[in-house]
Write a protein that binds this ligand. Structure first.
Ligand code: ZN
Length: 307
């Protein structure tokens, strides 16, 4: 996304209210740093003077990234003096470009974000910015996944399970006091160290138990939303963890779906463009053939006239 945290869309791409608005206006509510959403090369970083006649003076200070994908990405109305990139520089998705501002033809700080395809046509930029083309506030779901729930992955048959963070409190009632090798147990909390061991409180078959994190027996891991959900369900974690993970799983699936749809649409667009190019080529061929026929007729007329 362009901003970390909340990205508030104040005006969309060619919505009924502004059919000629070729970009999307986004305000960073939590963070003002404008980040590239796709990698490429900086094609322009600066401002165009109005008196010089450049139409893009309206964008104030702006950065154009010539994307690795052939599209051009425009980040506009940046604060004067805030630009962090120079023309020719390579950037990646996430590179800081500058600070949200109000330069050019702008009323209130925001970033006008525009995406153009290889033909220079403005296309719906919402998906590229990770938002929907509708007024509203969007946050990056993947930001949340960074604080993902942890799991204790058991890598040995010797990993003991305890009723308290105490080496003398082995819980013999569960599998003879051993966690099951290969299983991932949801971690409720890391409870610090005691007795020289680092302890975690985990969910084991529906009850809270403890384990000592010992490198040769187990380790803390994060899991994909699907695996995390399955691991929680397997341990009967009804205490919010599963619910939260289910929501994350659904969000991840929705993102994957949206990604697939976008790719599909891009394919369709590419197909349409190829077909158009094919038609243009066929037209050109016809014209050449016609021109050839005319030339032949002229030649035969010349011959007939003895010119
Ligand atoms: Zn705009």
């Amino acid at each position: 996304m362009i901003f970390e945290g909340r990205n508030r869309v104040t005006s969309g791409f060619r919505l009924a209210a502004r059919p000629n608005h070729n970009g999307i206006d986004i305000v960073g509510d939590d963070d003002k740093t404008v980040h590239a959403v796709a990698g490429g090369t900086v094609g322009f970083a600066g401002a165009v003077s109005k008196s010089a006649g450049g139409l893009t003076w309206q964008w104030g200070y702006y950065v154009r990234i010539d994307g690795n994908d052939g599209r051009k990405y425009y980040y506009c109305h940046l604060a004067a003096g805030s630009l962090r990139v120079r023309a020719g520089q390579r950037v990646q998705a996430g590179t800081a470009l500058g600070t949200m501002g109000n330069t050019g033809y702008s009323f209130g700080a925001h970033t006008h974000f525009e995406v153009r395809n290889a033909y220079g046509t403005a296309i719906d930029p919402a998906g590229y910015a990770g938002v929907r083309n509708a007024v509203g506030t969007y946050t990056d779901a993947t930001d949340k996944e960074d604080n993902d729930m942890k799991f204790l992955k058991v890598t040995s048959g010797k990993c003991e399970v305890f009723t308290a963070p105490d080496v003398n409190a082995v819980d013999k009632s569960y599998n003879g006091g051993k966690l099951i090798e290969g299983t991932c147990y949801p971690v409720q909390a890391e409870v610090g160290s005691s007795g020289g061991y680092s302890w975690v409180r985990i969910f084991v078959a529906g009850v809270q138990r403890y384990a000592a994190v010992l490198a040769d027996r187990c380790r803390l891991v994060t899991l994909s939303p699907g695996d995390a959900f399955a691991a929680c369900v397997a341990q009967g974690d009804a205490g919010g963890g599963a619910e939260e993970l289910k929501a994350q799983l659904e969000a991840a699936n929705a993102r994957a779906d949206a990604e697939a749809r976008r790719a599909d649409e891009a394919d369709k667009r590419a197909d349409a463009e190829t077909q158009r190019a094919d038609r243009a080529e066929a037209g050109e061929k016809r014209a050449n053939e016609q021109a050839g026929a005319y030339l032949q007729r002229i030649e035969s007329a010349k011959t007939a006239l003895g010119v």
